[in-house]
Design a protein around this ligand. Sequence first.
Ligand SMILES: [Zn+2]
Length: 378
Amino acid sequence: MTLRGTNQESGRPYNRRIVLEAIRLNGPVTRADIAKRVSLTVQTVSTIVRELEEQGYILSVREEPRGRGIPPSVLTINPQGGYVAGIHLTPLGIDAALVDLNGNIVESAYRTAPNVAPDLAFQLIGELVSELRAGGSKRILGAGMALPGPFGIDSMSFIGATTMAGWKDVPLKERLAEAADLPAFIDTDMACAALGEQLYGIGSQFSNYYYLYFGVGLGGAMVHDGAVMRGGWGNAGEIGHIPAVPDGEPCPCGNSGCLERYLSLDAFNRRGVSQQMWAEEIRPIFHNAVRTIENLLDPQTIVLGGLAPPDLIEKLVASAGLPNSVAARKDRKHPRLVMASDCQNSVLRGAAALAVSSLLSPRFGQMFSTPDEKGIAA
Ligand SMILES: [Zn+2]
């Protein structure tokens, strides 16, 4: 992705985001190097860097002298410069974590709450965020929440292991902002997982990749030029309901033979065989899914992650004999399948990444938003 600053006065908040992003992606990095990367003058960059340093978002370090002369100081993100609350709502309960600017989980808390209704959920979220805040000295910039999709589809908001009943028409963002008393951001669990990998994991090596989310169900997200493709209504990730087996097993969505009836944690648990045996058994269906994704979207790679046991994900990633597709290029630099950097906490860290990106990164949020005392645009 190319970052490019603007010389217009109205672009100041945007330039701050650009400079911060350049430091995040390339740090430790010198002012001169940033200026070159984002096409701004060294003077403009230095002014912004001074502001960011004063606000505590970045750290300036002088490298050890090598040879003659004083080496220039280099800049890195200050992980303690700000924190966000990540929240992951699942049909089983609510996970919450305080995450620093480098994506490290520094506090976490959980409430068991099976199929929780919205009122109770937001009450619990309020409690969880207060717990994470206890101690009090940390600057908390916002809250990001991930929950299972799809959003707003009556016929697919079915009763089943992977969905939330009773959440239709809830003003999620407003309710979260109120409960957490923070700027709030919402997305589906799989979009969050992909975003987390993009910001903190192996996804940062790619500009175009498909994230296959192996959870209780099966979801996915295409990351294109560093942003998650959402589709017209934000539901672009429901790969679990593409047809896999003609006249196959009935699915709660009303169709039959859907991919996630065969390829998901739910399917694995229902089958009740060893990981080794299941990975072997499911291979043809998995490989067809890989082929479909590759031919449709031409990703640089497919990142496989999710809540499934890492051993199982590893077995699928390692499965040999992938079929031919547009991805079978001789000049590939990366394998067609790679494992996510963080499987277990990917959604939670991704939910936090959602807030970090929206508040601080030039790629998301309102780039020229009105100043917000809690955000970098101030
Ligand atoms: Zn289905």
